[in-house]
Design a binder for this molecule. Structure first.
Ligand code: UD1
Length: 425
């Protein structure tokens, strides 16, 4: 029996939600631990299944962990073994590609399953490979396994990425942190997760500068040491709750966030009719009047994040005048719209954009999460729809949203997790 969510829609969300640490920052930091043999304490690690899977991978490789609280862990990787990677587990996670950079940096070799994660069609790794190969690594892919080795050791390199890939930038930083010489990554990703990884490694003694700019410089050091580190708040979790508040016509105060990271999200929401008040670590969002349409175009940070485009779709369905979403990072990221249409949404798909004529009445239906953020979009649609929604395949949502059931019910959502068969299917 696979669990599903029963959502009774039409209740405005009101209250306060604390944002957790960012999954997409925590994942590279966890793999970076392989480079740091000493003990590290991580705080604000979001309790989601992607993080649990990563911890299992590290533990199976020989890491020793002690859970200090649901969100904090002490971990030591002195005894990790590159030959003990649980290959099938690595294939369930996109972030497992970070084993390449971390394994090369610590052992000069590693093998991992071809990374999994959300299905947005082909998710190439050519930029990762080009960067690592320019540092002296060879990479082979056979029978679903990626093997990398640096026969003569890793050396520094200067590489310009064709696209500011988050994953390739992470792998380059991980490989270069302990490599000889100074590595320069040009056209690097500028996402807050890159800055957080660099901050973490620098707290361990690395010498990384320029993170957050298009040019990251990594001067290799001979050794890293342990530290205590708090993961940066999750801008995507925050943005998702902003959309949920606007969709339901509610008022939410979000705490523990970095408002600076949300510029590209706050501005379209204001255009759509939300009132947003930003202070140093808080943000209050309210939508009491009409919802208006807008045009969104995903782009690498600091542009509008691809990880938030699905959550805006229910808003565009409900809006006056409608709008359009251009998806410039993952062309096939509109699978969730078929489910949204089952709820009464109108979506017209083209090659790399989706049109939303607007003025829809969303109604409860039986739908399934297609991927992590698409699942969040359907959850938001259920919260503002008339009647009951049954949302299946919620394991996708559990990969990235900590305690979302409790967080949402605490602010007035009528939502519960059921273990029986979907009744409307
Ligand atoms: C991307 C997003 C990230 C998001 C994640 C999951 C961007 C820039 N990155 O990160 O914010 O959290 O998806 O939704 O928004 N590419 C190549 N070759 C490569 C690597 C990437 O062509 O070797 C292309 C991809 O096809 C894609 C784009 O670059 O069009 C973004 O890839 P990348 O940033 O590497 O993906 P993720 O790290 O998964």
């Amino acid at each position: 029996m696979t669990p599903y969510l029963l959502i009774r829609g039409g209740r405005p969300l009101r209250g306060e939600i604390r944002v957790d640490g960012m999954k997409n920052a925590a994942l590279p930091i966890l793999f970076a631990l392989i480079l740091v043999r000493d003990e590290v304490t991580l705080e604000d690690l979001p309790p989601v299944t992607d993080i649990e899977t990563t911890l299992q991978i590290l533990c199976k490789m020989g890491a020793e962990t002690k859970r200090l609280s649901p969100n904090a862990i002490r971990i030591q990787t002195k005894n990790v073994d590159p030959d003990a990677v649980p290959l099938s587990l690595t294939s369930t996670l996109r972030g497992s590609s970070y084993l390449l950079g971390a394994g090369l940096g610590r052992f000069g070799r590693i093998a991992t399953g071809i990374p999994g994660g959300c299905n947005f069609g082909t998710r190439p790794l050519d930029q990762h490979f080009r960067l690592l190969e320019s540092m002296g690594a060879t990479i082979e892919c056979e029978n679903g396994i990626l093997r990398t080795t640096a026969p003569r050791g890793l050396h520094s390199a200067t590489v310009r990425l064709d696209f500011p890939s988050v994953g390739a930038t992470v792998n380059g930083i991980l490989a270069a942190a302990l490599a000889e010489g100074t590595t320069v990554i040009a056209n690097a990703a500028r996402e807050p997760h890159i800055v957080d990884l660099a901050n973490f490694l620098n707290a361990c003694g690395a010498e990384i500068s320029g993170a957050g700019s298009p040019c990251v410089t990594i001067r290799g050091v001979s050794k890293l040491h342990g530290t205590r580190y708090r993961v940066v708040p999750d801008m995507i979790e925050a943005g998702t709750y902003l959309c949920a508040a606007c969709a339901t016509g509610g008022k939410l105060r979000l705490s523990n966030l970095c408002p600076d990271h949300l510029g590209a999200v706050v501005s379209p929401l204001r255009k759509m009719g939300a009132e947003i008040v930003v202070s140093e670590k808080h943000l209050t969002v309210e939508r009491s009047g009409n919802l208006y349409g807008t045009v969104l175009e995903t782009a690498p940070y600091p542009g509008f994040p691809t990880d938030l485009q699905p959550q805006f779709a229910p808003l565009l369905c409900l809006s006056r005048g409608g709008g359009r979403i251009y998806e410039r990072v993952w062309k096939s990221r509109f699978q969730y719209t078929a489910e949204l249409c089952r709820m009464g949404g109108t979506v017209l798909l083209a090659d790399d954009f989706a049109d939303f004529p607007g003025g829809d009445r969303l109604q409860g239906a039986c739908v399934r999460a297609t991927d992590l953020r698409g699942g969040a979009a359907l959850l938001i649609a259920g919260l503002c729809a008339e009647g009951e929604t049954e949302l299946g395949e919620i394991h996708h949502i559990e990969r990235g949203y900590p305690d979302f059931l409790k967080k949402l019910t605490d602010v007035g959502a009528d939502i519960s997790k059921k273990d029986e068969k979907l009744t409307k299917s």
